[in-house]
Design a protein around this ligand. Sequence first.
Ligand code: PLP
Length: 439
Amino acid sequence: MDRLSLFHPVTSIADLAANGPTIYQSANGVRMQNAAGRDVIDMGAGLWCVNIGYGRGELADAAADAMRNLSYQHLFGGASCEATILLADRILTLFRNRANAPHMARVFFGTSGSDANDTALKLVRYYNNMRGLPAKKKIISRLGAYHGVTLASGSLTGIAAYHKAFDLPIEGVLHTSCPHYYGGSENGESEAAFTERMVADLEAMIKREGPDTVAAFIAEPVIGTGGVVLPPENYFQRVQEVLDRHDILLIADEVITGFGRTGQWFGTGTYGLRPDIVSLAKGLTSAYFPMSANVVSERIWSVLEDTSAQMGAFMHGFTYSGHPVGSAVAMANIDIIEQEGMVENAAALAPRLLSALQERLGENPYIGDIRGVGLMAAVEFVADRETRRPFAPGTNPHRLVARLATEQGVLTRALPYLTVNSFSPPLSITASEIDEAID
Ligand code: PLP
């Protein structure tokens, strides 16, 4: 039935026809059971999203109670509901107290990471149009970035496989260098010098395009799908200086890094970002409900506020923006993250995950780099460790490893840009579960 009825996202139709689907039927904590009765440890937390682990009854109860009480409420025209008001306030409080971002002013809700990034782009346009700068429209993203798959967010994504045959990127989206120190640094180049080169590339692009035409720079604090690329030394501080020089906004895509993944509540705090707009999804509800959010800074909000009488209603929003059931689920999720110390757990177990990978795999001649932050780690394969020469296109050791690992009872993702397997388990994982998975 799967093969005859279901159109899978991000799946090879030919492979599916040959191999059929793998059907999962239940999950608890970090463990999933497939239909063949096989147990696997999910070292991917789904798609980096099941932060509190599977099967938490508190979220099921929160959803059921919310559905019985007020199964739906939109936010159009000033309508509102308590669950969503409380959630917006809670997210702002987290940003102010746990991410050193007191300048964040309002929260807008959507349903997916992709639509959050679309909303961010529309906000940037609106903001500059309201400031009388209609030519300031271009967005700079990075090669290797992943920001979603819609026409706009898929254009922000800097991975060619997502563009091919879709005629992406759309006009006005540019990609600067991927700040991947291990793979992109020149012989003997220090990390600091590499950062300077990446930042110089960015500023050269801005000058080439004309600073008056560039509106925003979008970045994941840690590139996820592109291969767990950590920002090199001082990267965001130096980028911020360039953005400030040219009056360019920073959009932080925290769809993966939000809600504890890096060992702090947000990547904004981990790396000292000063974003104008933040995109959140995934860990907001630990994927128990599809929900996203944009946290918007005072700088943006004040322009929207000041021009509101002249513009009339802000004509953007979704049927499901601020869904009361999602809001209740998100609140229960944040309660669990806080009460069970899951952010602290991610920070405490980060060295364990890295050292376990290094001890077991560090000597392998085809593994060039093992890196990570919080519970977000990667193993990168190279054909030659000395020269860091990558494998030839079409040679996919990471895909083979992912397949063999699944057979051995561990889910690890083979990523589509660098030759990398990622390890990003639920933040509820224990030390012994990490050891078991890596063994
Ligand atoms: N941004 C980042 C950093 C992501 O990792 C993802 C999904 O993996 C997205 C955006 C898109 O989110 P969604 O798949 O919910 O549209």
